[in-house]
Design a protein around this ligand. Structure first.
Ligand code: PLP
Length: 461
């Protein structure tokens, strides 16, 4: 775990914001003395099931600057895994949280009413692509949102099967585990999982069979697998309640599907009376430069699940469904904490910021970021692929461009090398580095990220 031996403090900080005169700024060996203490405490008392890539112990932050317990300040391109959409401590979000805390902290929204919840439901319904009337169920997390979607799809259609995709991640509770299929460790010794799930293939153009000449051909192949293999050899489509898909696959490696993918899924769903469920937990809330990623392809969903960035870090999830679908009776589904009033206020403040400027910023800075990363990839043979939409960007790390052989060891080393230089990044998939900064990120911060990533690549090869 703790990796670095004593190092010289790093000089030449580049950036500043309202609270930090300079970042990134590394003053101690990493982890520093206080971080070591905190990690020892954690190791003794906290579940070892968490996956800590490197020894960051955060104390506070502002914008993209994350300060650890020893006063080292990092440039954060993880946003708490795509959660801190508005950066650390955005004043508008902090104000909303303070006002909420001074009003009331909780009143079970499943048994009583409060305006925060209904207003947020209206805003989410109106922001959801497709022009349909929608209703919203509130949860606390991504996995709970997906549990709700599974229950709703099965309840509405009275069908029992759900189709999801290899490489997908939908959460850690039993229903979500049953549909997820990204890492075997997620399921190891947890069986039996709920039955009634079949898997298809998600189009991954960079790793597709070379005889499929275009990305669209890759998607057609995956669509044909559903119709001709799953629906003919495994289950009949009239038993399928829903197809659940991440519009951009997140934990599976930030895989952006070809243009015909969601259209093809919609066609299959419409043909067989199946509901199309989008898991927008990671790709939603403006991250890709649209409110929801599926808007890029203009294909409306029947049920949309969201969480992560929705409330800038407060625990909240939401399921947005067509009104006629979310018509289940009282008692069929509920949650004590789901739709907490303070979290709802934080979400309303977050969405206002997204509308005012941050979605536009994600689009503009995301385009710049991708260009800069492509330039970098041209100089490093170990970056096999650069892909992404908006601020959901990734580089796939390989042994060489020619072989495309996956290089997870180098990917892991890169995370550490970046950390030691003051940049926080995270892996996803088997051998990919993802970049999912707050949507407040600016071009200077992107430049600094690319500069440090370049140094990390040079130092690890
Ligand atoms: N769905 C997707 C696409 C995710 O990326 C995640 C988390 O990474 C989840 C669901 C689960 O969310 P949570 O950890 O909030 O339960």
């Amino acid at each position: 775990m703790p990796t670095a031996a004593a190092k010289k403090p790093q000089a030449a900080p580049a950036l500043s914001n309202d609270r930090y005169a300079a970042y990134p700024l590394i003053k101690t060996a990493l982890p520093g003395p206080k971080a070591k203490e905190a990690i020892a405490l954690d190791t003794q008392f906290v579940s070892p099931s968490y996956t800590r890539g490197y020894p960051l112990v955060i104390a506070k932050g502002f914008g993209l600057a994350a300060e650890d317990v020893d006063g080292n300040v990092f440039l954060d391109f993880t946003a708490g895994i795509a959660v801190n959409a508005t950066g650390y401590c955005h004043p508008a979000v902090v104000k909303a949280i303070k006002e909420g805390a001074e009003s009331f902290q909780h009143m079970s929204g499943t048994d009583f009413y409060y305006r925060e919840q209904s207003e947020l439901a209206k805003v989410l319904a109106e922001h959801t692509f497709g022009g349909f009337e929608r209703r919203v169920f509130f949860s606390n997390s991504g996995t709970e949102s997906n549990e709700c979607a599974l229950k709703l799809a099965r309840w509405y259609t009275k069908r029992q099967y759900v189709l999801s995709f290899r490489g997908s991640f939908h959460g850690r509770t039993y229903g979500s585990m049953s549909i997820g299929c990204s890492k075997a460790i997620h399921r190891n010794h947890f069986a039996p999982l709920p039955a009634g799930v079949v898997h298809g293939n998600y189009p991954y153009p960079y790793r597709a069979d070379p005889h499929l000449k275009t990305p669209e051909a890759v998607a057609e192949d995956c669509l044909s697998y559903i119709e001709n293999i799953v629906f003919k050899k495994e289950i009949l489509p009239e038993e399928v309640a829903g197809i659940i898909v991440e519009p951009v696959q997140g934990e599976g490696g930030y895989v952006v599907p070809p243009a015909n993918w969601l259209k093809g899924l919609r066609r299959i769903c419409d043909k067989h009376g199946i509901l199309l469920i989008y898991d927008e937990v990671q790709s939603g809330m403006g991250r890709t430069g649209k409110f929801f990623a599926h808007e890029h392809w203009g294909v409306a969903g029947d049920i949309i699940t969201t969480a992560k960035g929705i409330a800038s870090g407060l625990p909240l999830g939401a399921v947005i469904a067509k009104k006629e679908i979310m018509s289940w009776p009282p008692g069929s589904h509920a949650s004590t904490f789901g739709g907490n009033p303070i979290a709802c206020r934080a979400a309303l403040a977050t969405i206002k910021l997204l509308d005012d400027e941050l979605i536009e910023n994600a689009r503009e800075v995301g385009t710049y970021f991708k260009q800069r990363m492509e330039e970098l990839a041209a100089r490093h043979d170990t970056i096999g692929d650069v892909r992404g939409l908006g601020l959901m960007l990734a580089t796939e790390i390989v042994k060489s461009k020619a072989s495309k052989e996956r290089n997870p060891e180098l990917r892991n080393k890169l995370e550490n090398a970046a950390f030691e230089r003051g940049l926080l990044i995270l892996g996803c998939g088997e051998n990919t580095i993802r970049f999912c900064p707050p949507l407040t990120v600016n071009k200077a911060e992107v430049d600094k990220c690319v500069e440090i990533y370049d140094e990390a690549l040079k130092a690890t090869k």
